[in-house]
Design a protein around this ligand. Structure first.
Ligand code: GLY
Length: 427
């Protein structure tokens, strides 16, 4: 059995690792992959959005399954094109992926469906947008409507900051076409958590909860990143919160999409703000989260292929997924300077030693092979992921592994899971 995983981040290495360990023993191909996926199978040369190259390879090589990791190929309709050629594809079609591809579309669906989320307005005119912000006050959130590689969101603490973000997007072309329209949302208070759910068009199975850490510095300070670490489970997601997320978020969203003739098949990530037991949606993503995937899939007990096939075949059920009764932590190591400018090509040392630590896997993100060396090739370089009998045990293993690895300029947060640890300390 041949599986092609599209993408080259930590999420894709984790998906490839989980699938490579399936009892069906598939042969794994990744495009373009990274140094981590190269160790699991074959990396191809096509970029994740090289639809023509990927389609031609699939037609020649006939993979049994294609798993599309990142949002960009999903939003450009890669799943539709490959499905039309007869391939089994995991990932939503273009119309459904608009839940991530357009913030305005996601808000419109949520509003029509009655999904709890913040109030919003959409603007293309900067003066009208600034007037709205002055009326609404700060803090307030400015989002580029389209895909902006994780950089399109400004949480403005002041009206001046909000106006600057609006003018950058609408006048300064900071995000190109993706920022030619902005969505301005009320700021939500509470604690964030992530839920990933598999959806087969009808059935929704939510995966284990997790919590990401988006800011670069400890105590959640500094600019936003793609994610500096995650842990699972997140106890802020209680049974009662989960029930609300299923009914008020997933069921309502799918009903509204169906009314519009849109079928959702794949994974739908709900970024949530939870305040006093009430979840509200901060964002939808049409793909697995990164680094949430590392923490969540580390806890997935047994094979993932039955659930992936369940999504594609429309017969997904809860019993296809079991969870290890353990806690997981992923600590992301980044290149110095990230999320700003950073160096590439620095050798990474002691990966084997770190991988040999009990219950620990080093997932690669921005890495590449340079001869027989593994070198840095992106901002987020590695996601060191450990399981433990409890959260402190998982943290202890993950940080021992992190301290084992070295590369020039390596940086990481020392406080992953700080909120959960505080909850544990406070009983
Ligand atoms: N961890 C945030 C994301 O995947 O979008």
């Amino acid at each position: 059995m041949k599986i092609l995983v599209v993408g080259n981040g930590g999420r894709e290495h984790t998906l490839a690792w989980k699938l490579a360990n399936d009892s069906a023993k598939p042969e794994i191909f990744c495009t373009p992959g990274n140094a981590g996926t190269a160790a699991l199978g074959t990396n191809l040369e096509f970029g994740a959005t090289d639809l023509a190259g990927i389609k031609a390879w699939c037609l020649g090589n006939k993979p049994d399954l294609i798993v599309i990791g990142p949002e960009a190929p999903l939003c450009m309709g890669m799943a539709d094109v490959l499905e039309a050629e007869g391939f089994r594809v995991f990932g939503p079609g273009q119309a459904a992926a608009e839940l991530e591809g357009s913030k305005q579309f996601a808000k419109e669906i949520m509003k029509a469906a009655g999904v709890p989320t913040s109030a919003y307005e959409t603007f293309t005119d900067p003066d009208a947008a600034c007037a709205y912000v002055r009326g609404r006050g700060a803090p307030i959130v400015i989002k580029a409507d389209g895909l902006a590689a994780g950089k399109g969101v400004t949480v403005a603490e002041t009206v001046d900051q909000a106006e600057a973000a609006i003018r950058d997007a609408l006048e300064g072309n900071a995000f190109g076409d993706a920022g030619s329209r902005v969505v301005i949302e009320d700021f939500l208070v509470g604690e964030e958590a992530s839920i990933l759910a598999l959806i087969d068009g009808e059935n929704v199975v939510m995966l284990a909860s997790s919590q990401d850490h988006k800011r670069i510095f400890e105590k959640d300070e500094g600019p936003n990143t793609g994610g500096m670490g995650a842990y699972s489970p997140a106890s802020i997601v209680t049974e009662s919160v989960l029930k609300k997320v299923k009914e008020e978020v997933y069921d309502r969203t799918l009903t509204e999409l169906k009314k519009r003739g849109i079928t959702y098949k794949g994974v739908l990530y709900a970024g949530l703000m939870i305040d006093d037991g009430q979840p509200s949606v901060v964002e939808f993503n049409c793909r697995f989260g990164d680094p949430e995937t590392q923490a969540v899939l580390a806890r997935w007990d047994g094979d993932m292929l039955p659930a992936i096939n369940g999504v594609i075949d429309g017969n997904l059920s809860e019993d296809m997924i079991q969870w290890k009764d353990e806690h997981s932590v992923c600590v992301v190591m980044v290149a110095g300077g990230y999320p700003g400018d950073y160096a590439k090509g620095d050798e990474i040392q002691n990966l084997d030693k770190a991988n040999a630590i009990d219950d620990t896997v080093v997932f690669h993100a921005g890495t590449a092979l340079d001869g027989d060396k593994v070198v840095t090739a992106g901002g987020r370089v590695l996601g060191i992921t450990s399981l433990g009998k409890d959260l402190p045990d998982a943290l202890s293993k993950a940080y021992i592994a992190v301290e084992t690895i070295s590369f020039k300029g390596a940086f990481y947060r020392n406080d992953i899971a700080h909120r959960e640890l505080r909850r544990l300390e406070n009983g």
